[in-house]
Design a protein around this ligand. Structure first.
Ligand SMILES: [Zn+2]
Length: 101
C-alpha cells in the first residue's frame, strides 16, 4: 500500500468535516423548537342577534355560561367556545399559570 499523500489527507479531512457538519446540522434541525406561547380565549355569542366577540378567558368560565352583554343589542352573551391561541408577539412577560377551578 502506498502511504497517503498530502492531497489524500486533505480529501479525507474534507470528507470527515463534511460528515461532521451534516451530523451537526441534523442535530440542530431535529432539536424541537420552543413551545409557542399561548393564551386562552373565549368566544361569546349574543343569544339574540348572533353577534360574536372574542375575549380573554377568565378563571371559572365555561362553555354555555351567560356572560356580559351584547354591545349591539344589549342581550346576554353566551360562551360558545374556549380555546388556546398562539400569541402573535412572543413577549417575555411572566403570566401566572392557567387555573381551572
Ligand atoms: Zn346582540
Amino acid at each position: 500500500m502506498i502511504p497517503l499523500t498530502g492531497q489524500d489527507m486533505i480529501y479525507y479531512l474534507a470528507i470527515i468535516a463534511a460528515i461532521g457538519l451534516a451530523v451537526y446540522f441534523l442535530l440542530e434541525t431535529s432539536r424541537r423548537p420552543k413551545e409557542p406561547e399561548t393564551e386562552t380565549k373565549e368566544l361569546l355569542k349574543c343569544i339574540k342577534c348572533g353577534y360574536t366577540i372574542e375575549k380573554e378567558y377568565s378563571v371559572g368560565d365555561f362553555i354555555g355560561l351567560v356572560k356580559d352583554k351584547c354591545p349591539k343589542c344589549g342581550s346576554p352573551l353566551k360562551i360558545i367556545a374556549i380555546y388556546d391561541v398562539v400569541k402573535k408577539t412572543p413577549e417575555k412577560t411572566l403570566k401566572p399559570p392557567k387555573q381551572y377551578t
